[in-house]
Ligand binder design. Structure first.
Ligand code: B12
Length: 214
């Protein structure tokens, strides 16, 4: 499967993508490998878009295929039945409507026993604040794909500080243009490069004793 799935995805061959996944899933192996391959395919779509070989229509179509593929993988990611009292808020910051990466993070967290409050996309700073106040969540995850939305991330964290809720939560950030440097710059606690790191962060926040290696 390795390579073929990413390749089929990058070619936007929807039928082949689903066929490969259907063939792989009953094998008790690694559904995370499928997620990884899909992400690699998506990276290639982004490159083709950058080179003007794909237009916006193709970008949108890639998003649809990704969602369809994730729907197939989701049931296979479940990892026992943890109690979902550990709450995590997730949202894509204001000005940014990319949500595929955020949704993978959510799927993985939910499958690992966390309760996720999904604020969706284009989330204004005030909505993060209200969600923290209303839910009492201990971890806030902010997703970002557009460099132009970095200021929104900075603002959301500033709002959480101004609302005096910053000390009751930890903040993790992620998404393609994020980095350790951006984390420092915006004042977040953790930066995660992918959904697996997001899960490790959540485990570390809620179960410090168990570690949660990043
Ligand atoms: C699919 C896509 C779209 C789809 C989004 C569909 C959807 N529902 O999300 C659509 C067509 C809507 C779209 C729109 C646009 N897009 Co777009 N898009 C992409 C593309 C190809 C893939 C993004 C993606 O989903 N990747 C797959 C996921 C799985 O990866 P991921 O998001 O990185 O997530 C992983 C990690 O980052 C991490 N993670 C993510 N969030 C979080 C959060 C936390 C807390 C943690 C710890 C981890 C974490 O875990 C995830 C899973 O492992 C990228 C190119 C690329 N290679 O990234 C361009 C890209 C992001 N888009 C781009 C652009 C320019 C746009 C538009 C402005 C285009 C336009 N002219 O209208 C609009 C933006 C509209 C807006 N206001 O947001 C540019 C951004 C350039 C920049 N530097 O800012 C890119 C980089 C393309 C390019 N090469 O030019 N896009």
């Amino acid at each position: 499967m390795k390579g073929q799935l990413a390749q089929a995805f990058a070619a936007l061959d929807e039928e082949r993508v689903y066929r490969i996944i259907d063939e792989c899933l009953p094998i008790p192996g690694d559904p995370l490998m499928i997620v990884h391959e899909l992400s690699r395919g998506m990276e290639q779509v982004g490159e083709l878009f950058k080179k003007d070989e794909y237009a916006l229509g193709e970008l949108i179509y890639s998003g649809e295929i990704f969602k369809g593929a994730m729907d197939k993988v989701k049931p296979f990611l479940k990892e026992g039945d943890g109690k979902p009292e550990r709450k995590v808020i997730m949202g894509t910051v204001e000005g940014d409507i990319h949500d595929l990466g955020k949704n993978i993070v959510i799927t993985l967290l939910e499958c690992s026993g966390f309760q996720v409050i999904d604020l969706g996309v284009d989330v204004p700073a005030s909505k993060f604040v209200n969600a923290v106040k209303e839910t009492g969540a201990g971890l806030v995850g902010m997703s970002l794909m557009l460099t132009t939305a970095m200021d929104s991330m900075r603002q959301a964290i500033r709002f959480l500080e101004d609302a005096a809720v910053r000390d009751r939560i930890k903040i993790m950030i992620g998404g393609a243009p994020t980095s350790e440097r951006l984390r420092e710059d915006v004042g977040a606690d953790f930066h995660g490069r992918d959904a697996i790191e997001a899960l490790a962060i959540a485990r570390r926040v809620f179960h410090p004793a168990k570690g949660g290696r990043i």
